[in-house]
Design a protein around this ligand. Structure first.
Ligand SMILES: [Zn+2]
Length: 102
C-alpha cells in the first residue's frame, strides 16, 4: 500500500510530525482507494495546492478552497495564531505543526 509514513510518527497535537498527516487521515488511510491516497500524497508533497503558505511561502492546501465541506486542519488541535500574520489563508502543514497548541 502506498503510504507517506516515514516510520517517524509522533502525534503533534493531532498531526503526525513525521508524515504530516492528521491523525484522522492516518486512521482512515486504509479505507481510502488508491486514487484518494495518491491525491493526498501529492498534497503532502506540495504537488497539489490551493495557495501558498502565508508564513513560509511553500505550497499549502485548504480543502474548503478545493470545494470540500471540511478541511484537514479541523481535525488538528487548535493552534496559537501566528503573530504578525494578518491573513485568512491556512498555514501549510509544516508551519501549523510547529505552532504551539492554543
Ligand atoms: Zn508554511
Amino acid at each position: 500500500m502506498t503510504t507517506p509514513c516515514i516510520a517517524a510518527c509522533k502525534n503533534a497535537g493531532g498531526i503526525c510530525s513525521g508524515c504530516k498527516r492528521t491523525i484522522d487521515e492516518i486512521v482512515s488511510w486504509k479505507e481510502l482507494d488508491e486514487r484518494e491516497r495518491a491525491k493526498l500524497m501529492s498534497e503532502l508533497a506540495g504537488e497539489i495546492s490551493t495557495h501558498t503558505c502565508p508564513s513560509c511561502g511553500k505550497p499549502a492546501q485548504c480543502d474548503i478552497a478545493a470545494g470540500k465541506s471540511t478541511c484537514w486542519c479541523f481535525s488538528v488541535e487548535e493552534r496559537e495564531p501566528m503573530l504578525g500574520l494578518e491573513t485568512e489563508s491556512c498555514l501549510c502543514r509544516d508551519c501549523l505543526t510547529k505552532q504551539p497548541i492554543a
